[in-house]
Design a protein around this ligand. Structure first.
Ligand code: GLN
Length: 547
């Protein structure tokens, strides 16, 4: 019998529902249960693939080629489970399915309505992630209770619980308990109101996860329990953590919340084993070295735009006993001030995935700076394209070499549209998406880094290395060290005469896990540390010294 945990949010957004869901997943997994996560996003885009990072942050790509919400990245990083396209539904996707059915005549002349048709479609979507061996589905509802667009989802959950049985569903509401500095006390009223809104819809939460800046004492917990009709042991404190989000599950474990959930759902499991997790957090907290890495992108101010890269760098830092300090650089700033000034002092340079012309020349200058000064360089997708363009222009002397993405009439289209993309008309979901294999060349740096002959990584692109230029690049010292098994597509480039210079057509950041860091990130950070004279002494975090 599969059990379902639903996670809603109240009072304000950005309370960390995703991290809460991921942490609970990890705890249940550590008790021996098999967990799959799912996220519902109430907006009308069919998926986030067509949204810009200001709207949405990073687009997380699954093995099966879905463009999804970045919370799926948290789920995978925390639980190690592999998500798929059914793990993320938007309202747009739900409506899209219904409208297609209506056009086919599937509703047999009936009027199609939010209740019962949209809600039924949502219930079916929840069941779509159930697979043999799964014990628990953890389903997060995006948005905040009270939003108009979340209503059909909440109505569906009420119905779902009725269908599946009260004892098979568990509702967790993540809420804010603010501390009013002037009054010197915490306030429970917003939480009471938020729970009230849920109850109006017919959902009674079984657990409240209370985001707070201060400890909630017993009196506050009893008050919340009493007014919100939730058991006191199910009023959970979620304080801001000091060092890393990976501490959250440890805080939850200390409150035994997995036991509360399992008891309510009648689930049995083994003893919790969080040892590797604890060790990881200790590594992050206790890192003695520090290395600074520049991420040269379009969106220097938007931390969420490169979420998985930030996480992967942190995992890689811990594996090297170092703290990775990220310098977020706007590529356009390099165009104005020059690479030397903007990138002074960094141990390594990373150019992430991207689209379009803005900032491109700055990214190319960053590549040149890394290549000429033996600074470790890691180019991801667009960052690989930039490396190829830079090498073409400045080493091969191919004047005006470019990607046809930005210049369709360039004399040297060293990066160009993939053949299969030429017929594509729609923007949504039409890139080369998901996991594809690559063969690694014997004797190459990547072969050493991965320690294997073939890899599989996740992709999201339309443009590729132009095979007409292969020979010229190879002859001049750019090694095409990863190639698709059919020999057609350059997946990895590296430089022969450089300590660490790798560009990859895929997104390795999606597969890095705290306790299983991605080898490319691990070795990039190692090389960057070396380049910083074994790393500078880390400035110990204030919170660390108290431990
Ligand atoms: N814009 C490039 C392409 O479509 C790179 C995409 C990316 O970096 N994810 O091929």
């Amino acid at each position: 019998m599969v059990k379902f945990i639903f996670i809603t949010g109240g009072v304000v957004s950005s309370l960390g529902k995703g991290i809460t869901a991921a942490s609970i997943g990890l705890l249940l997994k550590s008790r021996g249960l098999s967990v799959i996560h799912q996220k519902f996003d109430p907006y009308l885009n069919v998926d986030p693939g067509t949204m810009n990072p200001y709207q949405h942050g990073e687009v997380y790509v699954t093995d099966d080629g879905a463009e999804t919400d970045l919370d799926l990245g948290h789920y995978e990083r925390f639980t190690g489970a592999i998500t798929n396209r059914n793990c993320n539904y938007t309202s747009g996707r739900i409506y899209d399915a219904i409208i297609k059915k209506e056009r086919r005549g599937d509703y047999l002349g009936g009027t199609v309505q939010v209740v019962p048709h949209v809600t039924a479609e949502i219930c079916d979507s929840i069941r779509s992630v159930v697979a043999p061996g799964i014990d628990v589905v953890i389903c997060e509802i995006g948005g905040t209770v009270g939003d108009i667009e979340s209503l059909p989802f909440l109505e569906a959950l009420r119905l779902f619980r009725l269908q599946e049985g009260r004892n098979n569903c568990f509702f967790i509401h993540v809420t804010l308990v603010p501390f009013l500095h002037k009054a010197g006390e915490v306030k429970t009223k917003p939480t009471q109101h938020s729970v009230g809104r849920l109850r109006e819809i017919g959902i009674i939460p079984d657990m409240l996860v209370c985001r707070t800046e201060v400890h909630l004492d017993k009196d506050v917990r009893s008050k919340i329990s009493l007014f919100c009709n939730v058991d006191e042991e199910a009023v959970v404190e979620a304080m801001d953590v000091a060092n890393t989000i990976y501490e959250v599950p440890l805080e939850f474990a200390a409150q035994d919340i997995d036991t509360v959930i399992m008891d309510a759902l009648g689930l049995r499991g083994g003893r919790r084993n969080l040892r590797p997790w604890r060790e990881y957090v200790d590594h992050v907290v206790g890192a003695e070295k520090e290395v600074e890495i520049a991420i040269v992108g379009k969106y220097s101010e938007l931390l969420d735009a490169y979420k998985s890269i930030h996480e992967a760098l942190q995992h890689a830092g811990a594996a090297n006993s170092a703290r990775v300090k990220i310098r977020s650089v706007a590529a356009e700033e390099i165009e104005q001030k020059g690479a030397k000034q903007v990138l002074a002092g960094v141990g390594g340079i990373l150019v992430p995935g991207g689209f379009g012309v803005r900032g491109v020349e700055g990214k190319i200058l960053a590549v040149k700076h890394a290549r000429e000064n033996n600074i470790p360089y890691f180019g991801i997708c667009y960052g690989m394209h930039m490396a190829v363009i830079e090498f073409g222009r400045n080493v091969l002397g191919l004047e005006g070499a470019d990607t046809t993405e930005n210049n369709s009439s360039t004399k040297h289209p060293v990066i160009h549209l993939m053949e299969e993309q030429k017929r594509v008309m729609n923007l949504g979901g039409t890139m080369r998406l998901g996991a594809f294999p690559a063969d690694l060349r014997k004797g190459s740096l990547v072969r050493k880094v991965y320690g294997k002959e073939q890899i599989s990584e996740r992709h999201r692109h339309r443009y590729e290395f132009n095979n007409d230029y292969r020979e010229r690049y190879e002859d001049a010292g750019m090694v095409l060290s990863g190639i698709s098994p059919n020999g057609m597509l350059v997946e990895i480039v590296e430089l022969r005469n450089h300590p660490w210079f790798i560009g990859v057509q895929f997104h390795p950041e999606f597969k890095s896990r705290p306790i299983d860091p991605h080898p490319l990130f691990r070795e990039f950070v190692a090389a960057s540390l070396k380049n910083t004279k074994e790393g500078t002494e880390a400035h110990r975090h204030k919170g660390t010294e108290e431990k």
